[in-house]
Write a protein that binds this ligand. Sequence first.
Ligand SMILES: Nc1ncnc2c1ncn2[C@@H]1O[C@H](COP(=O)(O)OP(=O)(O)O)[C@@H](O)[C@H]1O
Ligand SMILES: [Mg+2]
Length: 454
Amino acid sequence: MGRASNGGLPKDLPMDKTVTINESTGLSGPREHAQPRALSAGGTMGRLSVQALVKDLNPSQREAVEYRGGPLLVLAGAGSGKTRVVTYRIAHLLATGEVRPWNILAMTFTNKAAREMKDRVWGLLGRNEPELWVSTFHSVCARILRGHAHLVGYPREFTILDQADQHALAKECCRELNLDTERFPVGLLLQHVSNAKQAFLSPGQYRSCWEGDYLRGRVAGLYEHYQEKLRRIQAMDFDDLLFWVLTLFLEHQQVLEFYRTRWTQLLVDEFQDTNHIQYRIVKALAEEHRQICVVGDDDQSIYSWRGADPTNILEFDRDFPEVKVIRLEQNYRSTSNIIQAASGLIQQNTMRRGKQLWTANAPGDRVAVYLAKDEREEAEFVANEIRHLVLREGFRANDFAVFYRTHAQSRVLEEEFLDSRVPFAIYGSVGFYERKEVKDVLAYLRALVHPGET
Ligand SMILES: Nc1ncnc2c1ncn2[C@@H]1O[C@H](COP(=O)(O)OP(=O)(O)O)[C@@H](O)[C@H]1O
Ligand SMILES: [Mg+2]
C-alpha cells in the first residue's frame, strides 16, 4: 500500500478549504526567562506601533483588539473584519509587549485560512515570526504529537495517512472482517468511524453507545480493527491527530501544563467551523488561564458534514460564562443590496445569536434571482448570461465565477459551457497530493527513509 507521509488533501473538501498538514519539527517550550520588551502605549516594536495599529480599526474592532478581561467571543458577519480582529489582536499583544511570539497560538480550520492569517500577521509585524504559531488545528496537533507521540503509544516518526490510503486500509479491514461492502460501502463506514473520532469516542465507547444497532455494530467492529492496524503500521489518519492530542492532554497533565504555560493567548478564527473535538482541545488549553478569543459567524457554518458544530458558538458561554461578546456588524466587502438580500435570507435561520449587518458601501446592482425548471435549464441560463455579457458588454470569461454546492453539479455546467464555447476552469477536483504521480514520488521517498516498510 502506498502511503504519503503527510500533506494528503482530503478529496471531498472544496478546493479553497482543503486541509493540508504543514509540519515543522521545531518544538520550543515556554521561555520563562525571556523578558518581553515592554513598550509604552505609543511605543514601537520594529515597525509596529500600537497607535498606528488601532487607527485601522472601527470602534467595535478596536474594542475586540484591546479587550483583556478574559474570554472573548467576536460574533460577526462575512466581510466585517473578523480575520482583521484576530490578526490585529496578535500584533497588538506583541506591540504592547504583553506577550512574546511563542506565547500566542492562533488556529483555524482550513489551510487556506491559516495561510492568509499568517501572511496578514507577518505583514503587520513587518517580518516572519516562526515562533508564533498560526496554523490549522490539524497542523498544530501533528506538531504536538511529533513531540509526545510516545505517550499515546506511537513513535515520533508516525505516518499520516491521506484519504485515499485511509480508504485502502479500511477496505483491507472490511475484507478481513468479511464485511459486506456492497451493503455497507467502505466510504459510509469510514464516515461513521470519522464521526466517532470527532465525537471523541473510542471503539469500545462507540460500541456501547450503539448497543443493538446493526449498522453501528459493524462500524464498531471496523473501527476497532482499523485502529489496531493503524497502530501496527504506526500511522494516524486526520481525525487521529486531534483524537490523540486530546487523549494526550487528558491523560498527561504535565504535557497539558506545558502547553498552557507556553500559550498564554489563544485565538481561533472561523470558530463556527470547529467540531466537538477541536473545541475540547481549545477548551483544555484555555480553561485555566481563560485568555481566549474566538471569532466566528454563527450564520455561516458550512462544515456540518465534517462534524463542525455551530452550537460551539452558541454554547461557548456555557463553559466560559464570563465571556464578553462583541459584535461586528459593519460589512466592508459587499454592496448594500447584497447585504440586504443576504440578511433577509439569514433572518430565517433558527438558533442564531442574531446580528444586524450594515454597510457604508454603495447600493450597487440589484440582486437577480432566477428559478430554473431543472439543472439543465439552470446551466443553460448561466451560460447564456455569461455569453451575453462577454459578447455585448465587454466582459471577459475570467470576470465570472460560478458557485455550486456539490461537485456533482459541475457536470451539467461543464457540458453546457463546452457546448456554448464558454472557456472555463473547474477548481477543487483532484487534490495535488492525491494525484497518482505525486503519490508515487512520495511513496518512493518514504521507502528511502523507511526501507523496512512496504
Ligand atoms: N476597519 C476597517 N477599515 C477598512 N477596511 C476594513 C476594516 N475592517 C475590515 N476591512 C476590510 O474588509 C475586508 C474583510 O475583512 P476580513 O478581516 O477579511 O473579514 P472577515 O474575516 O470577517 O471576512 C478586508 O478587505 C478588510 O481589509
Ligand atoms: Mg476571515
